[in-house]
Ligand binder design. Structure first.
Ligand SMILES: Nc1nc2c(ncn2[C@@H]2O[C@H](COP(=O)(O)OP(=O)(O)OP(=O)(O)O)[C@@H](O)[C@H]2O)c(=O)[nH]1
Ligand SMILES: [Mg+2]
Length: 611
């Protein structure tokens, strides 16, 4: 069997949804092409019409497989129709030769257009009942004004089989023209069905458009109430064949561990873990002709297999802000259907921002409308980062914004570790940080530096990890976990330097008589001044209130080496002309430095080289 030359993976089975007016022969066509009954319910056969989605597949002349999602044409089941169309990459628009273009044909084409589907065929059915030419030319003229413009048309009769071979080879052409899917993308599988298989448990099905699923993998099941739970893939099937992995595009049945069948259903979505942000607010741009109709305050929003009632705030022109009843995993670039059940009007919209800014200032909505109208829907790293000031790499990737591995990954964006920062925010942080450090050095000359956390808070920087780069950029110095003006970490105000002079002079005379608090205070050194002097290295703190000159330990050693080989604390005290208050912490200090060694409760020795 010759295969159609395709650059796809073997697992790729394109999915085509049907569309068109009720009774125009969609299900009959799918049945004729595949030999599989798409109307699965007894009620559908009793009533002679499709109610819910049907699934079927076949092998085309090239050897390529193709799957169909058959949708109901009846207007009452438009929700089911949109759930079938939503995740499908291509569509068969069905028109009956004997009836021609009808209201649901138009409604379904509006939905196709709203989703921006560009791959499809027009199929004129029931051509044994009437000349298909008028219906064909009318349909093509209408399709030419939609996203399906340029599609081919094929006339068929399921009754006589006429045209079916031509349709099969047209389907091969359609499939070959589809863009190559993204097997490495992130999984977002909108569930269209869930059921239980005895012995296997819960199974959900859907159309996998991007990313791959493997047996044993953990996924997140995000439900209509906005909650996510972890589930494990126990088994996989595609077209009723067991599989270890399934890549896009494919119909897939996923056997899940961790959820009961009645806890999951259409509109829920299986997500790659930690890959999708969720949101309740979207700024969208209405696509197509956006005549200035008054939109109701609520519209049905359809995306994937999901339908929710969204609150609509017009921002101006084609820009709307939508508020959803629960969080959904939507990102910039997603195509949505907005449907007004009252007027039956269908609009398409593209998500421009799935994490939009608050609009609390006067005129903010109008300004925002201009931004929304101008944006393409594919997120720009420069814009996303600019609006937030800073965001993490993970957040940018989750929004769908590509992040090149570079120090400057986009215009006016710098990268610092896991952060992307706009140049404007960086400048602002730097000047806030400089101002805060300068203010600190004026307000508190005794402690002219800020802790890293105080510096981070003062500059309103989101992460302390950014401070290393930021302080360097701002011309500040970080030492011992504090941020200060360069060279100012140890600087002492003149009054303290003066007061220290008195104490230093006295200690030069009596180096081992630590000054009492009274003496310090009389010289003008309170606890903070003392702390500053210690930080600056001008005094050595041996104990809470035992202060000597930094040279004292070395001077003490010169005395101690003259003592007998082992000496007591009391002998040291007398030799140093000191007191117990000073000599005990001083000797302990020397022990810590490794200059002396304690032998027992009362004796020490001086450590000699090699001892
Ligand atoms: N003569 C003739 N009848 C057809 C042909 N295709 C379908 N029909 C008939 O048209 C009627 C509707 O066909 P369906 O396939 O159920 O139509 P549908 O588009 O699936 O309808 P819904 O699912 O309800 O929207 C049935 O009675 C079919 O037997 C055809 O090629 N020739
Ligand atoms: Mg049908």
């Amino acid at each position: 069997m010759s295969r159609w030359p395709r650059s796809r993976r073997d697992s790729d089975v394109p999915v085509v949804a049907t569309a068109g007016h009720v009774d125009h022969g969609k299900s009959t066509l799918v049945r004729a092409l595949t030999g599989i009954e798409p109307d699965r319910w007894a009620e559908e056969h009793r009533r002679g019409l499709t109610i819910d989605l049907g699934y079927a597949w076949t092998t085309l002349p090239s050897g390529a497989e193709i799957a169909f999602v058959d949708v109901p044409g009846h207007e009452r089941f438009i929700g089911n129709m949109l759930a079938g169309l939503g995740p499908a990459p291509a569509v068969l628009l069905v028109v009956a030769a004997d009836e021609g273009w009808r209201p649901q044909t138009a409604e379904h084409l509006a939905a196709v257009d709203a989703l921006g589907l560009t791959h499809g065929l027009v199929v004129v059915t029931r051509s044994d009942l009437a000349d298909p030419a008028p219906a064909t030319s009318d349909a093509l003229a209408r399709v030419a004004r939609s996203s399906l413009a340029g599609s081919r048309a094929v006339a068929v009769s399921a009754r006589t089989g006429a045209g079916l071979e031509a349709l099969r080879s047209a389907l091969d052409g359609l499939v070959a023209a589809l863009p190559a899917p993204e097997p490495a993308g992130r999984v977002r599988l909108w569930v269209d069905r869930s059921f239980t298989i005895r012995g296997a448990g819960t199974v959900v099905t859907g159309t996998l458009g991007e990313g791959s699923i493997a047996v044993g993998e953990d996924l997140v099941l995000h439900d209509a109430s906005g909650r996510g739970r972890s589930v494990t893939v126990r088994g996989l099937q595609s077209l009723e064949r067991p599989r270890e992995t399934v890549g896009p595009v494919a119909r897939v049945a996923v056997n899940l561990r961790g959820v009961a069948a009645e806890e999951v259903g259409r509109g829920d979505v299986l997500l790659a873990p930690a890959a999708w942000p969720t949101t309740t607010q979207l700024d969208v741009r209405v696509t197509g002709a956006h005549d200035p109709v008054r939109r109701p305050a609520h519209l049905m929003l359809h995306v994937g297999t999901c339908a929710v009632e969204a609150h609509v705030r017009p921002l101006g022109g084609p820009a709307l802000r939508l508020t959803l009843p629960a969080r959904l995993p939507l990102v910039a670039g997603d195509r949505l259907i907005l449907r007004d059940p009252g007027s039956r009007r269908i609009d398409g919209a593209v998500v421009v921002d799935a994490d939009p800014p608050r609009l609390d200032r006067r005129g903010a909505a109008a300004r925002r409308a201009e931004v929304v109208a101008a944006q393409s829907g594919s997120p720009s790293l420069t814009q996303e980062v600019a609006r937030r000031g800073a965001m993490t790499l993970e957040a940018a990737r989750a929004l769908g914004a590509p992040v090149p591995a570079a120090d400057r990954p986009a215009e006016a964006v710098g990268r610092h570790g896991r952060w992307l920062v706009s140049d404007a925010a960086w400048e602002e942080w730097a000047s806030r940080l400089r101002a805060a450090v300068r203010a600190r050095s004026v307000d508190d000359p005794l402690q002219p530096t800020l802790t890293l956390e105080a510096a981070r808070a003062a500059a309103a920087v989101p992460d302390r990890a950014l401070l290393a780069d930021l302080t360097a950029y701002a011309g500040l110095e970080v030492r011992d976990g504090r941020v200060g003006l360069p060279g100012r970490h140890d600087s002492l105000p003149p009054s303290v330097v003066h007061a220290l002079g008195t104490i230093e002079a006295r200690l030069a005379e009596q180096p081992f008589a630590a000054p009492e608090q009274r003496e310090l205070e009389a010289a003008g050194l309170g606890p903070r001044e003392v702390a500053a002097a210690v930080r600056a290295g001008r005094l050595l703190r041996l104990d809470d209130d035992v202060l000597l000159l930094p040279s004292a330990p070395a001077r003490a050693m010169r005395v101690l080496v003259g003592l007998p080989r082992t000496f007591t604390t009391s002998e040291a005290r007398i030799a140093l002309g000191s007191t117990r208050r000073t000599v005990i912490p001083l000797l302990e200090h020397l022990d810590r430095r490794g200059w002396t060694r304690r032998l027992d409760g009362s004796h020490r020795e001086v450590r000699r080289p090699g001892s």
